[in-house]
Structures are given as C-alpha cells and as structure tokens.
Design a protein around this ligand. Structure first.
Ligand SMILES: [Zn+2]
Length: 120
C-alpha cells in the first residue's frame, strides 16, 4: 500500500513503473493544469481504458478534498477558542484552492491504480 502511494506520488506508470502518467512530475502546489499522456512511453499501455473512464476520478477528488478540509480543520482547531469558529472557513477554502491541481493529479493516479491489473 505505501509502495503504491509512493509510486503514485512519483508519477509512475501502474504497469511497468518506468513510464510517466503525467508529462511533468508531481509538485504539491503546482499552478498548472496537469497534462496526462495517452499511453505509457515505456510499455505502451493506455491509461484511459474506455471513454469517460476518468469521470470516476471525480469521486476520488471529492474524497481527497474532504479529507484535506478535515485535516485543515483539526490542524487549525487549537488556534481558535470555539469548536466551530467561522474564521476557519476561509483557511479551509484557501487550502482547498491551493491543492486543486494536486487533487486533480492524485485523483487520476488513485483511479488508475485502483483499476490496474494486479494479476500481471
Ligand atoms: Zn508503463
């Protein structure tokens, strides 16, 4: 599991672990829309298995965003007196906006790794 997370963060192809899924390597706060390659340049396996394959990655992205929002809430919680101080909302929104492109990239990577052929 931790090996797969490391491979996802390293932008590795799920099949051969030598090719790249995205053209540029991962950056947590990148402000560029991540461009995905059609197939692996090493083993030539296609990343998009069927039309609309990455629509499911939206649900993964939603889960990542909720997890980041909760983490931000619990990390900032000691700095506020009340349990739900409304000043935490802009902080959470800022973190979510800053991590947008990271979420797009990671949700697609998680989606690809969820549906890779583990029997190979
Ligand atoms: Zn490959």
């Amino acid at each position: 599991m931790f090996k797969s997370i490391k491979q996802m963060l390293n932008n590795e192809c799920p099949h051969c672990h030598k090719g790249r899924v995205f053209e540029k390597s991962n950056n947590l706060f990148s402000i560029q829309f991540p461009k995905m390659q059609v197939s692996c340049d090493h083993c030539h396996s296609k990343y998009q298995k069927e039309p609309g394959f990455f629509i499911g990655a939206m649900y993964v992205s939603y889960g990542l965003t909720v997890a980041e929002a909760l983490c931000t809430y619990f990390l900032t919680r000691p700095f506020f007196e009340k349990a739900l101080d409304l000043r935490v909302i802009p902080i959470i929104a800022l973190v979510i906006v800053l991590l947008t492109f990271f979420n797009i990239r990671m949700s697609k990577m998680i989606w690809i790794y969820m549906f890779k052929n583990y029997s190979r």
